[in-house]
Design a protein around this ligand. Structure first.
Ligand code: SF4
Length: 351
């Protein structure tokens, strides 16, 4: 059976190349072709000898996600890509152009980490069909590699990664950490850890584990309400891991790694946008170095909620700021192509 070179670490690749009777250093050349240049065809690896290329073709292959389609938003700042996995599941990834934050030509990519999601948040389309499976680290990496290859002709570069697409990243912890380390590698895309953010619905033991990792990525928690009953309605995970436990884990996280935590707060009309909601937020986050990222709510099908009006969004932000909490409003992107937060969906094309 042929071996998938994309599934190997550099060390494993060295062992494989050595087993072919070649010098180990050739593994690094191949690794760079795969993870730096996004090449999957051995014939394009021009610095390898013909003999080695032939032997690789015989014994190995390099898996690739298949691009099914891409849709660009009207204002061109967002592109949603649908990719087919080997088992016919279809995942989505999103490219976002934030020139003001990242600089011209530097783009942000939102990645899926699971095919579906088991957490079933009320406002999110990604979990509506449950979890199909976890993605392998190389399937997560491939979303960036594919997008990088598509945008390089515009002289654009994937410079920022957000693990906020389909799936709960911390439910696929091992593969997510593996891909973060891989993409941070100077021999792959070399994306700095400050430019990598992991967003979670709040899994206490994994939040603490993340603080101890050698890669200091940014952490975001989907909060959406400071009231336990309201949060449990929006996010059933709150019944298993109540808010107090998540906040305790956030405190431990900061004791260990001292990094600020972003709290995502989707503002929903007449549900979590009142003065009392802002006051409760202020109260529960006391003692945690935090940034509240207010997201204008993105409606999905069958959801009874509506977004708060813009004037209320700004009022909420300013009210928090006046109380001394850092708060920003995230600009909604890709609404017209169902690529905004919570709108990505898993499909199985064989069904
Ligand atoms: S918001 Fe995140 S955790 Fe919740 S269902 Fe969607 S993908 Fe899963």
């Amino acid at each position: 059976m042929k071996i998938n070179l994309k599934s190997l670490t550099l060390k494993e690749l060295e062992e494989f190349i050595f087993s072919l009777g070649e010098k180990k250093f050739k593994a690094l050349q191949i690794f760079k072709w795969i993870f730096q240049k996004g090449i999957s065809n051995f014939d394009e690896m021009t610095d390898l000898s013909k003999n080695l290329r032939e032997s690789l073709k015989e014994k190995a292959y390099i898996s690739e996600l298949k691009l099914l389609n891409s849709i660009t938003s009207k204002n061109q700042d967002t592109v949603k890509y649908s990719f087919l996995l080997e088992d016919q599941e279809c995942i989505e990834s999103v490219l976002m152009r934030y020139e003001e934050d990242l600089g011209i030509g530097r783009v942000s990519v939102c990645l899926s980490t699971q095919a579906g999601c088991a957490r079933g948040c009320y406002f999110c389309a990604s979990g509506k069909n449950g979890l199909a499976r976890n993605l392998k680290f190389y399937e997560i990496a491939d979303q960036v590699l594919k997008i990088q290859n598509l945008i390089k002709e515009n002289e654009e570069r994937a410079a920022n990664l957000v693990f906020m697409g389909i799936g709960e990243p911390l439910d696929n912890y091992f593969e997510v950490i593996k891909v973060v380390k891989l993409l941070n590698e100077p021999n792959s895309l070399n994306i700095g850890s400050r430019h990598i953010a992991i967003s979670t619905c709040g899994i206490p033991e994994k939040i603490i584990a993340l603080a101890r990792e050698s890669i200091p990525v940014r952490l975001a928690i989907s909060l959406h309400s400071a009231d336990s009953e309201k949060r449990s309605f929006l996010m059933p995970v709150n019944k298993k891991y109540p808010l107090e436990k998540v906040l305790q884990a956030c405190r431990e996280y900061q004791q260990i790694c001292k990094r600020r935590i972003t709290f995502e707060y989707a503002l929903i009309k007449d549900f979590n946008d009142a003065k009392e909601d802002a006051d409760s937020l202020f109260k529960i986050l006391r003692g945690i170095k935090s940034l509240i990222n207010i997201i204008p709510f993105n409606p999905i099908l069958d959801c009874k909620f509506k977004p708060s009006p813009l004037i209320k969004v700004k009022w909420f932000r300013d009210y928090l700021k006046n109380k001394g909490i850092s708060a920003t409003v995230r600009k909604s992107r890709g609404l017209d192509i169902d690529a905004a937060c919570g709108q990505l969906r898993l499909k199985n094309v064989s069904q």
